[in-house]
Write a protein that binds this ligand. Sequence first.
Ligand code: ACO
Length: 326
Amino acid sequence: MSKVVRSVVTGVGGYLPEGVVTNDDLAKIVDTSDEWIRERTGIRQRRKASDDQAVSDLAVEAAKRALAAAGRTAEDVDLIIVATTTPDLTFPATATIVQRKLGAPVGIAFDVQAVCSGFVYALSTADGFVARGRAKCALVIGAECMTRLMDWTDRGTCVLFGDGAGAVVLEPQEGEGTTDDRGLLGFALRADGTKQDLLYVDGGVSTTRTTGYLRMQGNQVFRHAVVNISEAVTAAAADAGVEVSSVDWFIPHQANQRILEGVAKRLGIDENKVISTVAEHANTSAASIPLALDQGVQDGRIKPGQLLLLEAMGGGLTWGACVLRF
Ligand code: ACO
């Protein structure tokens, strides 16, 4: 095998806002119960950003922690990609606001909008810069204030989502061109715009000129999730040249504990290899994978050199998976 440049995760950071909203809190405003939410989703609580916190504030905190973990400073950053569906403003991109707040120098900064699949899309996009020598120190951030998109009279959606941010630092490192290399080894991205009606926000700049509210046919999305994600995971593993069975940690998008378990079972992944934060974080959309990754790193489960499988599915519909050696 010839030598190749790989995009290696050198630091991970997460940030959750302080405000905790329990299932019992929600049962006071919609016709639901702690029991229903826990049984159907696995969610026990979610975090809610304070009124004066914008999504860029969450992103900056996660980014600072990821940079510290990588032994880098904002001065080093030459690429920022923020995956978000809840930007501070319609423009500029949240990534440029994060750049300003971090004090990072002039470089490349833009947002990726793929809803809950945003982090998987953003990481794969960043690889196109880092592995081709176009960036030396990239920040890939998933950050969301999903609670701002909730219709608080719709019990079918408002109980499912939370706020948070997670970030990774991605740097180029030379590898041998084998699956033992550290770095992003393979990915598969998918979108099917014909399924928009299953999950969307009913407002926008060029249509209603409002922000709108999240609308979802949850049981339909659920049906697509397990099948679609399994196909993308298999394709990403083939792209990486690894067997799904050789993965050390499965880090799925945290939408619903039943989906996590369904996908793991279909792929033959041992439940002890699944990182789950859904009980504490709920669905933080693009932030959920880097937050789960951060949790696994912080508690010592995920170690350098291990093989990680990330996957997500969200509005679009979009979905995808990444395989990387940490
Ligand atoms: N409390 C009590 N009852 C409820 C609640 C609630 N919070 N929400 C819905 N119900 C009721 C419904 O009204 C329905 O009642 P009915 O039978 O009288 O009509 C009943 O529960 C069953 O509803 P379903 O929607 O069929 O319930 P299901 O078991 O499918 O669970 C859920 C719903 C949790 C939303 C599930 O379908 C799910 O997790 N779907 C996938 C979500 C997802 O993965 N989204 C993708 C990512 S999100 C993104 O991209 C932004």
